[in-house]
Design a protein around this ligand. Structure first.
Ligand SMILES: Cc1cc2nc3c(=O)[nH]c(=O)nc-3n(C[C@H](O)[C@H](O)[C@H](O)COP(=O)(O)OP(=O)(O)OC[C@H]3O[C@@H](n4cnc5c(N)ncnc54)[C@H](O)[C@@H]3O)c2cc1C
Length: 276
């Protein structure tokens, strides 16, 4: 069982985030592993552990590889993934990738998955439900389209059925959208995105935290992936950010203690602010 997890390096939501020239400012040392990708990593680790526990693969078989498209600071995200227990970390990096839009990002990640597939079969690609900076929630679907694989999105529950035919594994997910619970199934290989409700990511153990510090990070370029640079980066972007300005500060909250005149004060406030 070989699983690739895509994980994004994003500005830490507890830091001041901003835009410069239409792009998110990614300040060195102020970024982190996209929190929602921890659920993707946890889902992948649990699938491999379940395969080992069921004796379908040996105790040393199975692999979880994390891929990120990011600048050198992206290593922060991969080291966090190592702390969680992933086996391998790959950063796809090149200045030409800056400004990638959804399509460019998916094209780069797909090329990385294909290259891993050249080494040995990839059974599953797992992503988070969204990146906490772009919040597009579209890369998983575009990745499935790029790879020509079935895509199961927003899984709250993930099941890999007992193999009826050893060569054919079937993945079933359950998801909740509004007040509907859906169950979807697809054969592997597939692309899967999991929600933050799918699992509780494990806490890194001391041994893994120490090992993560020196674990090797592989750095691949678009050329290593045989990727035409024109499909990604601002060169390949189909969208352009025209303006990005800090949201205006919220107006002061007007507190009214209702001593019987509350209704009058509310009506006055609505009129004064042209809300009626
Ligand atoms: C505020 C903001 C708005 C944007 N608006 C647009 C827009 O309207 N149109 C547009 O085309 N682009 C837009 N972009 C660019 C967009 O961020 C990138 O294309 C981005 O890399 C993917 O979009 P996302 O962050 O929304 O990811 P999502 O689609 O939310 O990501 C879902 C999952 O895909 C994986 N993933 C996403 N990016 C990476 C990565 N770099 N490395 C590894 N895994 C990854 C992660 O597993 C993540 O959980 C925007 C970026 C920002 C920060």
């Amino acid at each position: 069982m070989r699983i690739v997890v895509t994980a994004k390096y994003v500005p830490d939501i507890n830091t001041e985030r901003g835009f410069s020239e239409g792009r998110v400012v990614r300040t060195a040392g102020e970024g982190t592993l996209n929190e929602l990708d921890e659920n993707a990593i946890e889902a992948a680790l649990r699938i491999v552990e379940a395969e080992r526990a069921a004796g379908r693969i040996g105790p040393d078989e199975g692999e979880v590889v994390v891929v990120t498209m990011a600048g050198p600071d992206g290593d922060v995200a991969l080291r966090k993934a190592f702390q969680l227990g992933v086996d391998r970390g790959i950063r796809v990096s090149d200045d030409a990738l800056a400004g990638s839009d959804y399509f460019g990002t998916a094209a780069v990640l797909a090329a990385a998955v294909r290259r891993l597939g050249d080494e040995a079969p990839v059974d599953l690609v797992v992503t988070g439900m969204a990146a906490l900076d772009g919040l597009g929630s579209v890369v998983p679907t575009l990745l499935g389209a790029e790879l020509g694989l079935p895509t199961l999105n927003l899984a709250k529950k993930v099941e890999l059925a007992e193999p009826a035919d050893p060569g054919q594994r079937v993945l079933t997910i359950t998801r909740e959208i509004d007040d509907v619970t859906e169950s979807l199934t697809a054969p592997l290989p597939a692309v899967l995105s999991v929600t933050d409700g799918a699992n509780q990511p494990r806490f890194p153990g001391f041994k893994l935290i120490m090992a993560a510090r020196s674990k090797e990070i592989e750095v691949w370029s678009p050329a290593d992936l045989g990727l035409d640079p024109a499909v990604a980066g601002s060169a390949g972007a189909r969208t352009e950010t025209l303006t990005a300005a800090p949201r205006p500060a919220r107006p002061e909250v007007e507190l009214v203690t209702d001593k019987g005149e509350g209704g009058v004060a509310l009506a006055d406030f609505l009129i004064r602010n042209d809300l009626v």
